[in-house]
Design a protein around this ligand. Structure first.
Ligand SMILES: NC(=O)C[C@H](N)C(=O)O
Length: 334
């Protein structure tokens, strides 16, 4: 008689998204409603996942991830942390809408204090579509979350057989199944229910960061201002910049800010906001010494983070310091 070791226990927190979305027709992959299905529907669609792990499902939310708020994100992080603290839990899968999966994953990557695998996944096509990608993504996510090999790598995002670090991954296309990409490539891949890793992120994450969920009661108010040709100060005025604790400016090229909106943003900075220079280009770095040289003092540059993740990092930075040099150090560290 062969004795098999017990399967790892993986908890699946479902939050909605297209992976739980349904349309009236199998050929309709855009006119659907996200978050209509339940976590049990996913278990029923992928019974093979139970060969990889003992699964427990929890319906945390049923929403389109474009409606996610910072309060919900914080509550999600607290729930994942609670699960990870249990000796009975070996890993967590979060099913999530793809629109904001990268922000949620990055937040978890920086605040969770555990080496246990946490994997986010979603889908580009609704569950009712021909060749729906959700079931295979879910199977891959369970494979990664249940593998001891995945521990200590930070929060991971599994999409389309690729295993990405939450630090790097971005949704690059509105509809393509292969939408998720990382600028330095994925960490690994899933083949036949087995993760294979080829590299690791070198920037600190999870237990190695200075951020702690226990010290965060709420996230500061924040917004992103997108640069465009012809931008003028009425845009910054519409943002009512003085109301924000964090303003990320998704600027031109190397974080360049049009001279017409420097003053309103500088006024916000003087009023106490953290003003962050990012780039709208979709890739690349923003250096301290940007093209707008006069902005170097007191303005934060993002290194290689995109504007949406820079917003998350700036909010977390404010949970530990309001000193601008320290905030810049945080951007250069994570
Ligand atoms: N593909 C998706 O999941 C998109 C959906 N709107 C969501 O983010 O919830």
């Amino acid at each position: 008689m062969t004795i098999h070791p017990p399967l790892p226990h993986v908890v699946v927190l479902a939050t909605g998204g297209t992976i739980a979305g349904s349309a009236a027709s199998a050929t309709d992959s855009t006119g659907y409603r996200a978050g209509t299905g339940a976590v049990d529907d996913l278990f029923a669609a992928v019974p093979q996942a139970r060969e990889l792990a003992r699964l427990t499902g929890e319906q945390f939310a049923s929403m389109d991830s474009s409606d996610l708020t910072d309060e919900i994100l914080l509550a999600l992080a607290r729930r994942v942390a609670e699960l990870l603290a249990s000796d009975d839990v070996d890993g967590v899968v979060v099913t999530h809408g793809t629109d904001t999966i990268e922000e949620s994953a990055y937040f978890l990557h920086l605040v969770l204090d555990s080496a246990k695998p946490v994997v986010l996944t979603g889908a580009m096509r609704p569950a009712t579509a021909l060749s729906a990608d959700g079931p295979m993504n879910f199977y891959g996510a369970v494979a990664v979350a249940s593998a001891p090999l995945s521990a200590g790598r930070g929060v991971l995002v599994v999409m389309n057989d690729d295993i990405h670090s939450a630090r790097d991954v971005t949704k690059t296309s509105s509809l393509r199944v292969g939408s998720f990409e990382s600028p330095y490539g994925p960490l690994g891949t899933v083949i036949d229910g087995q993760p294979r890793f080829y590299r690791a992120v070198s920037r600190p994450h999870t237990s190695a960061t200075e951020f702690s969920l226990a010290s965060i009661r709420s996230l500061p108010s924040s917004g992103i201002l997108f640069a465009h040709s012809g931008v003028d100060d009425s845009v910054a005025a519409a943002l009512d910049a003085t109301r924000f604790d964090v303003i990320v400016h998704a600027g031109f090229g190397n974080g360049t800010v049009s001279s017409r909106i420097v003053e309103p943003l500088e006024a916000a900075r003087r009023a106490g906001a953290v003003v962050v220079r990012a780039t709208r280009t979709g890739s690349g770095h923003v250096t301290h010494q940007g093209a707008s040289g006069e902005l170097v003092n007191g303005w934060i540059s993002v290194d290689d983070q995109n504007p949406q993740r820079a917003r998350i990092l700036a909010c977390l930075a404010l949970s530990v310091t309001s000193d601008q040099d320290e905030i810049q150090r945080i951007f250069d560290t994570y």
